[in-house]
Design a protein around this ligand. Structure first.
Ligand code: NDP
Ligand code: 8X3
Length: 257
C-alpha cells in the first residue's frame, strides 16, 4: 500500500487527511508537535483500519518543522519499510496575529515565516532525495487564498503563503526530470484551529471569523488531497483554489444577518 507523510496531523486539514487516507487503506505517517494527540490518533486509526496480525498502518514522527535537524533526524529514523514515501503533504502552518505592518509582532512574523516557509522547505529537503532515487513521488503543498491575494492586516501571513505558491511552481520545475508531481491546494476560510491560533487563543475573535456563513472544514480539504493524490501517473493537478460558496475573495464574504 502507498504511504503518505503529513506534516501537522494533530488538527484541522492534516488530521482529516490522515483519517481519509487511512480509511482508504494507505499507510500514514502522522507528524506534529503535540505527541499525545499523535499517539491518540495512531491508536484510533489502527483500531479502525488496522488488523491484529497485519503490519501497522500508522507511524508517528514527533517534530517541530522549524527545526531542520529534528526534521532530518525524524525522517532518517523511519524504519526501512516506512522509508518509501509516495506523497508528502506539506500542511503544518499557521497565521499568528492580525495586525497592520506597523503594529505587527516580530515573534509572530518569525513563527509564520519559520513554519510556513522554512518548515515546508525542511520537510521537502528531507523527503525529496528518496523520491528522486525511486523516480516518483508527489508533494502536495497547502497554500491559501492568502497566497493568491493580499488582504489588510494579512501582510506577513500572505507573504508566507505567496512564498508557498512560488515554491510550488519552483519545485515542479526543478523536479520535472524526476517524475515527481507537485500540487498546491489553496483554501479560503476553513474552520479548524487556525483562527484560535491566529488570535492567540481568543475564542470569541476566532468564532467571529465564521459568523453567518458556512466555512470549509477539514474533510473538504482532505477530499481534495485524496483527489490530487489518486490521479493516474500521467496527470498532475498543479493548483486547486477552493473557497466556501459564501466567499468570493479574501475580503468578500456573504454573511447572513
Ligand atoms: P490547524 O491549526 O487546525 O492545524 C495546524 C497544524 O499544523 C497542526 O497539526 C499543528 O500541529 C501543525 N503545526 C503548526 N506549527 C507547527 C510546527 N512548528 N511544527 C510542526 N507542526 C506544526 O490549522 P489548519 O488545519 O487550518 O491549517 C493547516 C494549513 O492550512 C496551514 O498551513 C494553514 O496556513 C493552511 N490554511 C488554513 C486555512 C484555514 O482557513 N483554516 C485556509 C488556507 C490555508 P502541532 O501544533 O501539534 O505542532
Ligand atoms: C487562511 C485563509 O483567509 O484567513 O489561509 O487567510 S485566510
Amino acid at each position: 500500500m502507498p504511504t503518505i507523510l503529513i506534516t501537522g496531523a494533530t488538527a484541522g486539514f492534516g488530521e482529516a487527511t490522515a483519517r481519509r487516507f487511512a480509511s482508504e487503506g494507505w499507510r500514514v505517517i502522522i507528524t506534529g508537535r503535540r505527541k499525545e494527540r499523535l499517539e491518540a490518533l495512531r491508536k484510533e486509526l489502527e483500531g479502525l483500519h488496522g488488523t491484529m496480525e497485519g503490519p501497522s498502518i500508522v507511524h508517528v514522527l514527533h517534530f517541530d518543522v522549524r527545526d531542520n535537524a529534528a526534521v532530518e533526524q525524524a525522517i532518517a529514523s523511519l524504519p526501512e519499510d516506512w522509508k518509501a514515501i509516495d506523497v508528502l503533504m506539506n500542511n503544518a502552518g499557521l497565521a499568528a496575529g492580525f495586525d497592520t505592518i506597523q503594529d505587527g509582532s516580530l515573534d509572530d512574523w518569525n513563527r509564520m515565516l519559520d513554519t510556513n516557509v522554512k518548515g515546508l522547505l525542511h520537510a521537502s529537503r528531507a523527503v525529496i532525495p528518496g523520491m528522486i532515487a525511486r523516480g516518483k513521488g508527489h508533494i502536495i503543498n497547502i497554500g491559501s487564498v492568502a497566497g493568491k491575494e493580499v488582504y489588510p492586516k494579512g501582510n506577513v501571513y500572505c507573504a508566507s503563503k505567496h512564498a508557498v505558491d512560488a515554491l510550488t511552481k519552483g519545485m515542479r520545475q526543478d523536479l520535472l526530470p524526476h517524475g515527481i508531481k507537485v500540487t498546491q491546494i489553496a483554501p479560503g476560510l476553513a474552520e479548524t484551529e487556525f483562527s484560535q491560533v491566529r488570535f492567540h487563543g481568543d475564542e470569541q475573535k476566532a468564532k467571529q471569523v465564521y459568523l453567518g456563513m458556512t466555512p470549509l472544514n477539514g474533510s473538504d480539504i482532505a477530499e481534495l488531497v485524496w483527489f490530487a493524490a489518486t490521479r493516474p501517473p500521467h496527470v498532475c493537478i498543479n493548483d486547486l483554489v477552493v473557497m466556501p460558496t459564501a466567499q468570493a475573495g479574501s475580503t468578500l464574504v456573504h454573511r447572513k444577518a
